[in-house]
Design a binder for this molecule. Structure first.
Ligand code: ZN
Length: 499
């Protein structure tokens, strides 16, 4: 595999090499759980879901960690407003988060650590930074001393001689006076009167945002990881500070590849709450935009570029999706009429596409799709390959709709069936799942994606290895409820079939 990714750290397109052969460790900055997710979140998590699905399809075992920031001023403010607690606000929004992400077909992360469950790791890391002289405390607050990190600014290009301004464009005099350098940032914040707080060697308080991610990377994946992900708005100060903390505390490089996605604009303007042009995923879906339309819309742009959200662009995506979807649904709705075998019932790995690729034309399409994603995740070209594959299938779907289908020779029918299988498999790498028209149920019910099943099998294996048999059983039962049966073979391999 020769996957090339633009590394924000080196500003270069680099060939991806994982630390351990066949395995990839990924950390993705998650949400602060005080509200519903917006279109910007959808964009970020959909493009990283494609990176993950593509790596899985190429045979990698991917460990994907994404955090929840569940200690934050905004959560506290919401709890006060709603007369509830920080935990209640977080729990509610974590549930909403999963609902939105599941709807968009985003694979659940391997693990989702939370700041409140990583406090020991956070305190230990701050202590380590203190011991190394890179942290200092002032009246219960603890700051990171950026001057102690000789490479500070290597990700963002910021220079320590710049002044740091607050959100209003002014220098915060009160905090500025406490800090040794304007770029110094809080690792631990002393609790104000009546605030939710946690104990620490520096008194009651709570962790700063940046240290949460550094501690969670270490807890979940170790000192150096393969890929660190996030939106480009996180490069400074969040990711720059993560690097400074982790690399001083651990004396190791934090991540070999840093990938950042572009922002979402609305009519050329940055989407933000303060400008009032803010759109939640939930409201888009309620307006009748289908989850896969949203996915297609997002993936038509390159992940690093800004994405302009307008009524016209989403409408165009919707038309495009209807065309692609009619081809994707063909073998699910009409397989009896077409005398095609029942849709995919058994498959060992999702990378095993070769069995579908019988003709030169299909093999070329499959290669073009792979080449596109290997070229810094060029999803727009990958999508154009799907449209090319879909064309004859769409006209067949139209003919069936009009009751005039003429399949011609049996060879032609077989070729169309293979084409459909390839289309479904490749679309699945982009997470584009068939959306069945209302009232037309596939005889399989819910189409559970192959990568979702493989993820579950990996998770079940991990549970067994850590002797958590109850969890392993639960995973088996959950899959069984969805019509998927696991078969544990003697050689340790787990196979699966759809019932
Ligand atoms: Zn983070």
């Amino acid at each position: 595999m020769s996957l090339k990714l633009t590394n924000s750290l080196t500003k270069k397109l680099e060939t991806f090499r994982s630390l351990n052969p066949g395995e990839v460790s990924i950390y993705c900055c998650g949400v602060t759980v005080y509200d519903l997710c917006h279109l910007g979140h959808a964009r970020s998590y959909i493009v990283w879901d494609v990176l993950r699905r593509f790596l899985i399809s190429q045979g990698y075992k991917v460990t994907f960690i994404q955090n929840f920031t569940d200690i934050d001023d905004k959560i506290l403010a919401k709890a006060t407003k709603e007369n509830s607690t920080m935990t209640q606000v977080s729990e509610k929004n974590i549930k909403e988060f999963h609902q939105d992400m599941d709807t968009l077909g985003i694979l659940r992360p391997s693990r989702m650590p939370r700041a409140t469950r990583c406090l020991d790791g956070i305190r230990e890391m701050i202590q380590k930074l203190e011991e190394k002289g890179a942290a200092y405390s002032v009246d219960g607050d603890v700051y990171f001393a950026v001057m102690k990190h000789s490479e500070y600014g290597k990700l963002s290009g910021r220079d320590l001689s710049e002044q740091q301004l607050n959100a209003d464009g002014r220098i915060d005099k009160e905090e500025g006076a406490r800090k040794q350098h304007p770029f110094d940032f809080a690792l631990w914040k002393a609790a104000k009167e009546g605030e939710t707080s946690f104990s620490s060697p520096w008194g009651h308080g709570r962790p700063g945002w940046h240290i949460e991610c550094s501690a969670m990377v270490l807890q979940e994946l170790g000192e150096t990881i393969d890929i660190h992900l996030g939106g480009s708005d996180l490069i400074f100060p969040h990711h720059e500070n993560e690097i400074a903390q982790s690399e001083i505390a651990n004396d190791k490089k934090l991540a070999n590849y840093w990938l950042h996605n572009g922002m979402v604009n609305v009519g050329g303007q940055k989407m933000s709450k303060s400008l009032g042009n803010f759109t939640t995923i939930r409201s888009l879906l309620q307006e009748g935009i289908s989850p896969m339309t949203l996915r297609l819309f997002i993936l038509q742009a390159h992940y690093r570029k800004p994405l302009d959200f307008t009524k016209e662009s989403i409408k165009a995506a919707s038309t495009g999706w209807q065309r692609l979807n009619s081809a994707l649904c063909l073998g699910l709705i009409s397989h009896q009429k077409l005398k095609w075998p029942k849709p995919v019932t058994q498959q060992k790995t999702i990378s095993d596409l070769n069995s579908y690729v019988s003709s030169e034309r299909l093999s070329k399409a499959s290669q073009q799709f792979k080449d596109a994603l290997e070229d810094d995740l060029n999803t727009s070209i990958a999508i154009s390959v799907l449209f090319d594959l879909a064309r004859p299938l769409r006209s067949l779907a139209n003919q069936i709709e009009r009751g005039v289908s003429d399949l011609g020779a049996e060879k032609n029918n077989k070729e169309l069936h293979l084409r459909w299988m390839l289309l479904v498999s490749l679309a699945n790498i982009l997470g584009l799942q068939p959306e069945l028209p209302q009232g037309k149920e596939s005889n399989q019910g819910h189409i559970y994606s192959e990568s979702e099943i493989i993820e579950a099998i990996i998770e079940r294996k991990a549970a067994k290895l850590s002797r958590d048999f109850a969890k392993a059983d639960n995973i088996r039962e959950e899959l069984k409820d969805k019509g998927i049966e696991l078969i544990d073979k003697k050689d340790g391999v787990t196979d699966w079939i759809r019932k």
